[in-house]
Design a protein around this ligand. Structure first.
Ligand code: 26V
Length: 825
């Protein structure tokens, strides 16, 4: 079947003849005995739940086998700590990984149910904001697929990322409620509950085991486990999410005094911790609840893994031989202090040994260098909420700075200290994570280098071997095989079926780069994907788009550094150009935007408003009607991305160079054969290296040029004067040409640009505009365009999450991967 050395059968294996019959029986049993429903009255949602429960049984078989095997052999395990797991839907991917999609669809069909239809009513598990959370989800699946024993730890939020409505062109946030129909994937583990303390005081001596923290408040963390099955159902990882429960559901004293609100106050305060995901790409304003969330899940996870290790091995000095803890950004940085506390206070280990164990066990991934995104917490808040941890952090800092003073007397201690003394005293969470880890990684080559040169430069001089790079990856199962079945079929035909098991074989597709027949096939596949998207655009935006137009797509969180503003300003310039030369053969384009703005990020919300206002004007102009359309799709999420990406011709990756740590959407688009228009930023650079300069459209300033321009800014008036069309575009926006009923609506937005071009929107405008006109030319020549498309798909296997996981396993975690490596050709 495959060319790889070993290719075990799926753990779940039926004789083909009776497989469908058995699945039908399993689904009907779930419907009857788990849901209490008769098929005659079952609603689509009942069929979905019954189907998921039936599929889950198959996952559990694999899962128990994986878990037992890794326990019995005492294999080293990865614990991935992340405040976010942006899973999306699970049903279709699970079936596909189990190899049960076809049989399940048939079983459902014979029961009178359309599997595709019920799959779309599964709610997205939106327990994340964007790239960081989706990366964690891809990695859980990739660890299952490569055979790395792993447990992901996070929070089981009652409410995930808000839903976005667009009302009169403006974003409205609506609470999300994914658990309203319960979550059929999860197993509640009442027996796995840990006490999490807050506040109180510390007494005793400095000796290990003789110090006592008496918290003032204690909350329970209850585990909920979800198995995540890997490719071909060989192994499964566990996602363990914590829910906060009060120790006492009701205060009897208050209750008996008739104070009903007071009676549940403690409960409400405790359970608030796992109520809602923070939209954390707005400035973290030092909310106490956020710190409580961070400590809550970090402490529960560490108690859990330490207990598991101690129970199995009866000692903790060898923790790093069996456990690798990965911190997904600084949100779980308190793990450094919490592990120290558990080892010293509870297990009586001395400081030096505890530090060695901690450092050898933990590693940290940084996901952004934007200074406003780096977490710091006021010392005063930490002292009040986590007095023992604050002591430990001071202890770590004192020893660390002493060591530096001895070895590098010239070093600048103020920049190295875990405590920032410059604006109030604050704990630098990135410093804590860095000092407590044996490896610290960035998420693209450029980003890892910039880490060394900027934010972490002082720490890098002290620990020159600590920073390493692991460029991000994406799971090809979800983002190619499941999202794009048409392209997958073509890839199987041209590269062999084995491409499913060994994504490296996709490079064989490159042999067809100039093959006309393959181009024709690709066009048909893309057109079908575009029709599917066009239907959603019609439903959600009320706009009819032409599937033969170039679909030009920018989908991601709305942020100034991601420069949706640059895109929409250039769109306006194009609109003007078409109107001034209406008889030129303009390539028809559909500009597609989607993304959420943090609710308190006024500029980002204004940009959404502008896109919608421009859309309203452009889409109703008869002179441009069949050449240009602009749409903003509401409520961007994982499921929408799965429809949009396979339908994209052009992928917009236009961040200000040096600001997008990696990007992962860029990889998804390229793998699906979209051409990238982008800056030399994040992983765009590495995509360009792989597909070749002829197969990507690069524009704009480099990270170095951006740095120089920020140090020595050119007056914006001068930039505008030197840039054709720009003044007109800015004046039109500022003057209300796109907001006739509120002419001043974008005055502030434009004034901001004129005052300071921090994100190089003005500086990069002309370069971007020319790059877009270059794209027009490429699109006009199908032989060129589809060669580029084939080449992108053929050369992006390296961005598989499996490759990324293998790099982590080898270079950071020191764990063997269980399943055979891919072949390289
Ligand atoms: C947070 C903040 C908070 C303050 C305002 C500015 C700002 C900007 C971004 C963020 C998000 C930081 C964490 C994050 O999601 N980073 C993303 O991680 C992805 C996975 O590594 C990576 O591909 C993206 O480039 C990176 O932005």
């Amino acid at each position: 079947m495959t060319e790889t050395a070993t290719s075990p059968q799926p753990a779940v294996h039926f004789e083909p003849d009776d497989q469908v019959e058995r699945l039908k029986a399993e689904i009907l049993r779930k419907l009857a005995y788990s849901l209490g429903k008769d098929p005659a009255v079952a609603q689509p949602h009942d069929w979905l739940t019954a189907g998921i429960l039936a599929a889950r049984d198959h996952v559990v078989d694999v899962w128990q086998h994986s878990t037992r095997e890794s326990y019995d052999t005492g294999r080293k395990r990865v614990y991935y700590l992340s405040l976010e797991f942006l899973i999306g839907r699970s049903f279709a991917d699970t079936l596909n990984n189990l190899g049960l999609t076809g049989p399940f669809a048939q079983a459902m069909r014979e029961l009178g149910v359309d599997l595709n239809e019920i799959e779309t009513i599964e709610p997205d598990a939106a327990l994340g904001n964007g790239g960081l959370g989706r990366l964690a989800a891809c990695y859980m699946e990739a660890m299952a697929s490569t055979g790395v024993p792993a447990l992901g730890y996070g929070i089981r939020y009652d409410h995930g990322l808000f839903k976005q409505r667009i009302d009169g062109g403006k974003q409205i946030e609506v609470p999300e409620d994914w658990l309203s129909f319960r979550n059929p994937w999860e197993f509640e583990r009442r027996e796995s509950a840990y006490k999490i303390g807050f506040g109180g005081s510390v007494t005793g001596t400095d000796k290990p085991g003789e110090i006592f923290w008496a918290p003032e408040e204690t909350v329970f963390a209850v585990a909920y486990d979800t198995p995540i099955v890997g490719w071909r159902g060989r192994e499964a990882t566990t996602l363990r999410l914590w829910r906060a429960r009060a120790m006492h559901p009701l205060s009897l004293d208050a209750f008996n005094q008739g104070d009903l609100i007071g009676a549940v106050a403690e409960r409400n305060r405790a359970e608030a911790i796992s109520k809602v995901l923070y939209p954390n790409d707005s400035t973290p304003t030092g909310q106490e609840l956020r710190l409580r969330q961070e400590f809550f899940f970090t402490s529960a996870s560490l108690q859990d893994l330490v207990r598991r290790h101690y129970r199995q091995f009866g000692r903790l000095d060898d923790l790093a031989d069996k456990v690798a803890i990965q911190l997904n950004d600084t949100h779980p940085s308190l793990a450094v202090a919490e592990l120290m506390r558990l080892l010293i206070d509870q297990h009586k280990m001395d400081w030096e040994q505890a530090w060695e164990v901690t450092n050898a066990t933990i590693s940290y991934t940084n996901h952004t260098l934007l200074p406003e995104a780096l977490e710091t917490w006021p010392v005063a808040l930490m002292e009040r909420l986590l007095p023992r941890h604050m002591q430990i952090i001071f202890g770590i800092n004192a020893r660390f700075l002493d060591g530096v003073r001895r070895e590098q007397p010239d070093a600048d201690l103020a920049t190295l200290s875990l405590i920032d003394e410059s604006h109030g005293r604050r704990v630098r969470m990135a410093h804590l994570a860095f000092v407590g880890s044996h490896k610290v990684n960035g998420v693209s080559a450029l980003h890892s280098n910039l880490m060394k040169e900027t934010v972490f430069a002082p720490l890098h001089r002290v620990f020159p071997d600590r920073i390493t790079n692991v460029t991000n990856g994406i799971t090809p199962r979800r983002w190619l095989f499941n999202a794009n079945p048409g392209l997958t079929k073509l890839l199987k035909e041209t590269c062999g079926e084995a491409v499913l098991d060994d994504i490296g074989l996709i490079r064989r597709f490159g042999a067809h780069a100039s093959d006309k027949a393959v181009h024709e096939r690709l066009m048909a596949i893309r057109r079908e994907n575009k029709l599917k998207l066009a239907k959603i655009i019609r439903q959600d935006c009320g706009v009819t788009v032409d599937p033969d137009a170039l679909f030009d797509v920018q989908i991601k969180r709305i942020h100034e550094y991601k420069r949706q503003l640059l895109n929409i300003l250039e769109t306006i310039a194009l609109y003007d150009a078409i109107r001034s030369e209406p008889y030129r053969d303009w390539a028809p384009r559909v500009k597609i935007f989607a993304g959420k703005a943090a609710s308190n990020y006024a500029t980002a919300k204004s940009i959404i408003n502008l896109i919608n206002d421009v859309a309203a004007v452009v889409n109703n102009d008869i002179t441009t009607r069949d050449r240009l359309k602009v749409v903003f799709l509401p409520n961007y999420n994982v499921s929408l991305a799965e429809v949009i990406i396979p339908a994209a011709d052009l992928s917009e990756q236009i961040s200000t160079a040096g600001m997008e740590a990696s990007g992962t959407g860029n990889m998804k688009f390229a793998l699906n054969g979209a051409v990238t228009i982008g800056t030399l930023d994040g992983a765009n650079i590495e995509i360009g290296e792989r597909v070749g300069a002829d197969n990507i459209v690069i524009f704009g300033m480099t990270a170095e040029q951006v740095e120089a321009a920020k140090r020595n800014p050119r007056p914006t008036a001068e930039v505008i004067a030197a840039t054709p069309h720009l003044e007109g575009v800015l004046d039109a926006v500022a003057g209300g040409a796109y907001s006739p009923r509120e002419r001043g609506r974008y005055q502030g937005l434009v004034d901001g640009l004129r005052a300071n071009d921090w994100f190089m929107v003005l500086n990069d405008f002309e370069s971007y505009r020319q790059a877009q006109r270059h794209v027009d030319g490429l699109w006009a020549d199908p032989a060129t365009w589809w060669r580029m498309s084939v080449t992108n798909t053929a050369h992006c296997a390296w961005f598989s999450a499996d490759r990324a996981i293998r790099e982590y396993a080898e270079r950071i975690w020191n764990v063997p991967v269980g399943l055979p490596a891919q072949t390289a050709e």
